[in-house]
Design a binder for this molecule. Structure first.
Ligand code: FE2
Length: 525
């Protein structure tokens, strides 16, 4: 007799769902293997919420809520003793949590450093919310966020942006001031951590040597997040986070490390560990990767119809810096090779096609590296940075072309990396003074990298001013930048602190600027 085959369609279960179900099941049953057991009452020596809370990547109905359980933050597993732990979370309309609108549970696991990422949905557009995490031993600090407004809304908003927070080189006092700015969104443009080994003579010391392992990257984030000012800034608003080089290795490019001693396999491994630790510590709506070394973080976010944020990754896919990196006279080597790329082909197409299709009023490039080239050689010679967009002239031309064609006079680039403040006109090209202005670039200084800072770098003088007519202003203090967006204009305020090597620095506004929608001028206020 012939056996009849019955085809049963088994729905494909995502492994992540399977793990979550197993974790839920093991929470209820005994007799399951220890590895799946989840405790709701972990035995902890100390407060597990030492790293604070954060929220990020809001939409009009949701936001990512973040914490990481770490009663002993610098220990390899944060002091969690391997206990897979169920954490409660709550979102409320009021700070006292008397009107809770969403709540749930999340399993914090050792594989992901006991980090917690909750995508809390079902929220109302353009509303303030409060959130916290709970364990039987107590609750986390309370964080605040605002959901994005509904599609098409032109409601004004305040954005703050920051970058480059070398923990050893200075205190994060600027974040205390940023937390009081009433910004609804904070963009971080990278260098959230630095990978270097500790140096004893500094304001404070790193706990490890140069970080190369997952445990060390985790410890570096934990030490950085131990800063109360940083935690206050996270608790105050939702963040939009991207990365730059120091989240992995200084000036790495794709799979090429800084000193070229690491093989591609070593760089892939280092990226995997660094990218995983970044994901574990940031409130990002970035799907957990199947291969951490290839974590995709480029994404877009909408503030109603007023603004679209393009969160860029200028490290992972770029060609190697030409001519040995640094600042070089051009042309040199393969500098001008049209096949060289900053964003990689896929990200470039995503951005350019997105700019073409988007009807949002402002197109905000959440960008790491200075776009407008800075030539520091007087006369006809050009000496420019090989690490910034100026080291990738073909890619820069393609970007300028896309802005000119699709976002002229409504593109605002926000930029970090160079530990100094700059206001730059974005131009169609930079080798002809008559080339039209197509947008604005606001380069923000560091939170602490470089120490106390000064009013201007020595490289900013009458000669370099004449060489760089598109650069309107410069300052080399520490601080952050505020941008107030409305349908008709964006007003930008450069906030600076006079010192970071001792506590208590006041904040001042070094300069303010206005860009009007549809007009090329950047006016100083
Ligand atoms: Fe930096």
């Amino acid at each position: 007799m012939e056996t009849q085959r019955v085809r049963v369609r088994i729905p494909r279960m995502h492994r992540r769902d399977f793990l979550a179900d197993l974790a839920r099941l093991s929470f209820l049953c005994s007799g399951v293997p220890n590895v799946w057991r989840v405790t709701g009452r972990p035995t902890l020596a100390d407060d597990p919420f030492t790293l604070g809370v954060a929220s990020g990547d809001p939409t009009s109905t949701s936001a990512v809520l973040w914490t990481r359980l770490a009663p002993s933050p610098l220990d390899p597993d944060g002091g969690m003793a391997g206990q897979r732990t169920a954490v409660g979370w709550e979102v409320a309309e009021d700070e006292a949590f008397s009107r809770v609108v969403r709540r749930g549970r999340y399993t914090a696991a050792p594989e992901l450093g006991f980090s917690v990422h909750v995508d809390a949905d079902g929220l109302q557009p353009d509303r303030p919310y409060f959130y916290r995490f709970t364990l039987p031993s107590g609750s986390s600090p309370v964080g605040r966020l605002r959901t994005m407004p509904p599609d098409g809304s032109l409601a004004p908003f305040r954005l703050a942006f920051a970058s480059c927070q070398h923990y050893e080189q200075g205190l994060f006092t600027a974040y205390d001031h940023l937390a009081n700015e009433d910004a609804v969104l904070v963009a971080h443009l990278g260098d959230y951590i630095y990978e270097y080994a500790g140096v004893e003579t500094r304001v404070r010391q790193y706990a490890t040597t140069e970080i190369r392992t997952l445990e060390h990257y985790r410890a570096r984030y934990a030490q950085t997040k131990g800063d109360a000012s940083l935690r206050a800034a996270h608790a105050a608003a939702a963040w939009i986070v991207t990365w730059d080089d120091h989240e992995v290795d200084n000036n790495y490019a794709g799979l090429v490390g800084e000193n070229v001693m690491e093989s591609e396999e070593q760089m892939r491994l280092r990226r995997a560990m660094a990218y995983q630790a970044w994901w574990e510590h940031q409130p990002v709506r970035v799907p957990r990767a199947r291969r951490w070394s290839d974590l995709r973080i480029a994404r877009a976010l909408d503030w109603g119809g007023l603004a679209r944020f393009w969160v860029l990754d200028t490290r992972q896919y770029r060609s190697d810096q030409p001519c040995g990196d640094g600042t070089q006279a051009v042309p040199c080597g393969d500098w001008a090779d049209p096949s060289r790329t900053m964003l990689g082909e896929e990200q470039e197409q995503w951005l350019f096609e997105g700019l073409r299709a988007s009807r949002a009023g402002w197109q905000i490039l959440v960008n790491q590296l200075r776009i407008a080239p800075f030539d520091n050689a007087p006369g006809g010679d050009r000496r420019i940075s090989m690490d910034q967009w100026s080291g990738y002239p073909a890619a820069l031309d393609r970007l300028s072309g896309a802005i000119a064609a699709h976002a002229r006079h409504r593109a605002i680039a926000i930029t970090g990396d160079i530990h100094s403040n700059w206001v730059n006109e974005l131009r169609a090209r930079y080798d002809r003074p008559e080339a039209p202005v197509i947008g604005a670039e606001f380069v923000g200084t560091s939170i602490s990298s470089g120490g106390d800072g000064r009013d201007a770098s020595p490289g900013w003088n009458d000669d370099t001013r004449a060489e760089n007519p598109h650069a309107l202003w410069h300052n080399a203090r520490r601080g952050y930048v505020i941008c107030d967006f409305t349908p008709s204009e964006v007003r930008t305020h450069y906030r600076v602190v006079p010192f970071v090597t001792k506590p208590g620095a006041p904040v001042q506004t070094a300069s303010s600027w206005r860009v009007q929608a549809g007009r090329p001028q950047i006016d100083r206020l």
